[in-house]
Design a protein around this ligand. Structure first.
Ligand SMILES: [Zn+2]
Ligand SMILES: [Zn+2]
Ligand SMILES: [Zn+2]
Length: 261
């Protein structure tokens, strides 16, 4: 990869249940197409020899092994719903590989929830002395910030009533778990080569864009290519892609995209 390029890897493209879902025999959950096997939502962004993870879902270990992710210089959290954070303990492997802390960035509200959910990591407990991840938590706001030599732009989004963050690196943005994008955030999504956007399923949902809303939003944002993620079992990969407009497709686990910075 050229030094000025950014690579985004979709580690997981599934909704909170994962696909196949436990105990479901529908055509997508029983499909032979590997694109229909979706782990919980996350991504890795690589540039300048650094790797930044976005979220730590329950399959984080399997995702990192599958995609050859061997470092995590930083983790950005979109929000603290269980499907985005419950693999957090797996970060300790990166502490060992890198011999240092992992820097973690999230809104102050998300930091507070993570510290409550994973209290064992953040409190001194003589009965749990070792084998904990070593994280340095940083509360961020809406202002762009520098991360490992590049600017990261937070994209404030609404996920039903919950404010969450998307993130833009160069000309790629990752916006999962949302059903509304404020005007100020749309301005931060100008000129994208690649957009990753929530596109749950066909039926409406109170906190996620359905596919029709996601396509409409993708057209409005006008990225060169848009990939939908956080995909439920109603959407078969090949059959849905055949119906999407040019320049749009469902993401899949292991999708790799390169953009300019
Ligand atoms: Zn199913
Ligand atoms: Zn969520
Ligand atoms: Zn989610």
């Amino acid at each position: 990869m050229a030094a000025d390029m950014i690579e985004l890897i979709i580690l997981g493209s599934g909704t909170s249940h994962g696909i196949p879902m436990i105990g479901c025999n529908c055509p997508v959950c029983t499909s032979d197409d590997p694109h229909d096997r979706r782990t919980r939502p996350s991504a890795a962004v690589r540039y300048g020899g650094h790797t930044v993870l976005i979220d730590t879902p329950p399959e984080l270990r399997l995702q990192c092994v599958a995609q050859g992710i061997d470092r995590a210089d930083a983790v950005l959290f979109t929000h603290a719903h269980a499907d985005h954070v419950t693999g957090l303990d797996d970060l300790r492997r990166f502490n060992w590989l890198q011999q240092g802390d992992v820097q973690a960035y999230a809104t102050a509200d998300t930091v507070a929830v993570i510290q409550r959910m994973f209290a064992y990591i953040f409190v001194d407990d003589p009965d749990y002395p070792s084998h904990k991840p070593s994280l340095r938590m940083h509360a961020i706001g809406e202002a762009p910030f520098e991360l490992l030599g590049r600017q990261v732009t937070p994209i404030p989004l609404m996920h039903g009533p919950l404010p969450v963050l998307g993130f833009r690196f160069g000309n790629v943005a990752y916006c999962t778990d949302c059903n509304f994008i404020p005007k100020e955030s749309l301005a931060r999504l100008d000129g994208l080569e690649v957009l990753i956007l929530d596109g749950l399923r066909k039926r409406p949902h109170p906190t996620h864009f359905n596919l029709e809303q996601a396509v409409e939003m993708a057209e409005r944002i006008g990225a060169g290519r848009t990939y939908f993620t956080h995909i439920a079992h109603e959407l078969g990969h090949a059959e849905t892609n055949a119906t999407l407009p040019a320049g749009m497709a469902l993401a899949h686990d292991g999708l790799r995209l390169e953009v300019t910075s």
